[in-house]
Structures are given as C-alpha cells and as structure tokens.
Design a protein around this ligand. Structure first.
Ligand code: NAD
Ligand code: TDX
Length: 326
C-alpha cells in the first residue's frame, strides 16, 4: 500500500488523519468543503480535490488512482440533523453507497469510519459498554444515517466480497474541531467572554478520546485489521474522560477561569456512551496514549493560539444555537 484517498480530509478527524498518514503514504484528500470543511486544514504536501463523494465519476477516478480509501466524509453534527436531516441522508448514505460501488468496481481496500452512536445509548449509572456485537439502535437522524452506512458496508462485504473494515469510535476532541461541537464551543465561548453552555442537567456521559489516539487506531486497522471486521475504538479506561458533560464543562471553566449556564436540552438526547475496545487492543495491540487532562489543556491552548481559524464560524454557529435557546 502506497497511496491513500482520504474522504472528508478537510474536516476535523480527516485532516488530523491526513497529517499523520502523509508521513508514511502519498495522500489525496477529497472534500466538498461544506460549512465544516476548511481548505486550510489540509496539510501541506497533500493533494487536495474539491468534490462531492456522491459524484460517481469523480469518486471512480480517485478510488482507481489510489490503493485504499479511508472514508471520513459525513455530515457529523447531531444538532444539525435535528434541524434538517436531508444532507445527512445524502452524504452519509448515498455518499457511502457511491464509494462502495467504486471500491467494488476497482477491487480496492476501504476503511469506513463510524461512531458509537449507532448502538443508541446506555443508562446513566450503569457499567455496561457497547461491544462489536451490540444490536444497532440509533436515536438521531445523524446516527441513523451512520448506522445505514455501516449496514451498506457490511452488505457489500458479504454480497460482493469487497475488502473493507469498519471502526466505531467514541467522542473525539483535539485541534481543528469545528466550534459547533461541545468542547470547542465551550472553549471559544469563554475566549469570547461568554459563559459555557450546558444542555439540560449535564448528567450525560461521553467516552472522550484524543483525535490522534483515534487515528492511530485507524492506521492499525488499515495495516493489520482483518477484512470484513468491525473494531470498536474508545479510551474507556483510566486515561479517558469517561465523565459527565457537567464535569467536562467544570474542568474547562477551572482551567480557563470561566463560568457556565444551563440551556435547553437536546431533544432525544442520548444519555451515556461507553465503548468496550477489548477487541482492537487484543488483536492489533492498539492502546490510547493521551490522557484527557493534558489533551484538554493542549486543545485549549490551540484554540487560544488560533483565533483566526475559528473566529468566522463562531458567530454563525452561535446565531443558530440562540434560535433554539441553546
Ligand atoms: P467534520 O464535520 O469535522 O468533517 C466532515 C468533513 O466531510 C468536512 O470537511 C466536510 O466538508 C466533508 N463532507 C461532508 N459531506 C461531504 C460530501 N458529500 N462530499 C465530500 N466531503 C463531504 O466531522 P468529523 O468530526 O471530522 O467526523 C469525521 C467522521 O468521523 C464522520 O464520518 C463521523 O461520523 C465520524 N466520527 C466522528 C466522531 C467525533 O467525535 N467527531 C466520533 C466518531 C466518529
Ligand atoms: O453546547 C453544547 N452543550 C452541551 O451540553 C453542545 C454543543 C453539546 N452539549 C452536550 C451534548 C452531548 O451530550 O455535550 C455532549 C457532546 O455533544 P457533541 O459535541 O454535539 O457530540 P455528540 O452529540 O456526543 O456526538 C459526537 O460524538 C459522536 C460527534 O459530534 C459525532 O460526530 C460522533 O459520531
């Protein structure tokens, strides 16, 4: 394997992946540059193609020119999927279908990036966790379209024998994350003199993982994963911040010297995500190496040092949140 096509490589996780992978591979990024994509995120030395993954002839050409495709491109924000789900169905379901057809035609390797949200949520206070065999039970239009895309990949493996793997990962944080998401929204609220904004009671629990730990796992699957398999990725141990939203917001306020307020809750809000990542640890020897406290401090410093990167998006995002009392 020498060359990789990275879809969604101008977004948060995909651009961090392109940065990491370009040290070992020739990387081409394809990205539609939606509101979430930023040309400036694409690392130097990486070929960039502006385009839509739903466009079959473009995708055929790019898949054919590379050895493997790592598929990050998606509409990724739950709150947006509640406002207008149509782009989620198009990019997440039809986009993945388009890629699968190209991969089938040219007999290339595919790794599909998915989320823990396909499994639904767990009860607060429990200690159980999602495994690779937990039944799918998505709650939001976003997670339903991600679940749909996972099912398409599995069907193409079983029916057409394509060489594909899937990973389902928990909540990522780190540099280059759009300011609509929980952690960067709170950091930039405080940096602009606003209080941090906690949905509802803030009792919900997420399994936070640093984006570089996620991408290390993706590279491990790409290089050593078994075809047709699914791998769960999550920090899920002492290194992770498997803590409530309220605890995360209090940590950010402590570090930055800010305050928070409670705002309207998210309709249908998933309560708890916890990932069991035993399989990838055992089979591929992957383990997360970044601890949450250090990663969070570095992320805060990154947003403090890169105001020009987020300043333009901040007003747009906050106007949308204000319309929903959030
Ligand atoms: P993001 O919104 O930051 O980036 C998505 C990128 O995809 C953007 O650059 C956007 O322009 C591009 N894109 C969207 N539709 C496209 C289309 N039709 N054609 C081409 N490009 C298109 O998202 P992210 O947080 O980096 O998430 C990346 C992937 O990881 C997604 O598949 C998401 O479901 C998955 N994931 C995210 C998290 C998380 O915590 N952020 C956790 C688990 C899995
Ligand atoms: O301002 C906020 N206040 C708040 O309390 C925002 C934006 C969010 N929240 C809460 C909602 C969630 O419980 O924080 C938690 C995290 O919210 P998001 O950053 O929107 O993430 P989540 O909905 O958990 O989904 C994320 O993880 C799984 C990613 O956005 C998905 O792409 C990924 O699949």
């Amino acid at each position: 394997m020498e060359s990789l096509l990275v879809t969604g490589g101008a977004g948060f996780i995909g651009s961090n992946f392109a940065r990491m992978a370009s040290e070992r591979y020739r990387v081409i990024v394809v990205d539609k540059l939606t509101y979430a994509g930023n040309r400036a995120n694409v690392p130097e030395g990486v070929e960039f193609v502006e385009g839509d993954i739903c466009e079959q002839s473009l995708i055929d050409d790019l898949v054919n020119r590379t050895d493997a495709t790592i598929h990050f491109a998606a509409e990724s924000h739950n709150d947006n999927s509640l406002r207008d789900p149509s782009a989620f169905v198009q990019s997440n379901v039809v986009g993945t279908f388009t890629l699968l057809e190209a991969v089938r035609k040219f007999e290339k390797r595919l790794h599909h990036i998915s989320t823990d949200e396909v499994f639904g949520d767990l009860e607060l206070g429990g200690t159980d966790a999602f495994t690779e065999t937990t039944p799918y039970n998505p709650s939001s239009p976003y997670s339903a379209t991600k679940a749909g895309s996972d099912h398409l990949v599995r069907a193409w493996v079983r029916s057409f024998g394509i060489n594909a793997t899937i990973s389902n990962c928990s909540n990522n944080y780190g540099p280059y994350q759009h300011v609509e998401k929980f952690i960067p929204r709170q950091i930039t609220n405080i940096l602009t003199g606003e209080p941090a904004k906690l949905y509802g009671t803030g009792a919900q629990v997420r399994d936070w993982i640093h984006v570089d730990d996620h991408n290390d796992a993706v590279l491990a699957i790409l290089e050593r994963g078994r075809t047709g398999e699914t791998y769960n990725i999550g920090a899920g141990d002492a290194r992770s911040a498997h803590i409530t939203n309220k605890q995360v917001i209090e940590k950010i306020c402590d570090i930055m010297g800010g305050d928070y307020v409670h705002v309207n809750d998210r309709p249908g809000h998933d309560q708890r995500y916890t990932m069991d990542a035993t399989k990838i640890r055992r089979e591929l020897g992957w383990a997360p190496t970044r601890d949450f406290e250090t990663g969070l401090r570095e992320t805060i410093a990154w947003y403090r040092d890169n105001r020009e990167w987020w300043r333009g998006d901040k007003g747009v995002v906050e106007k949308q949140y204000a319309e929903r009392g959030q």
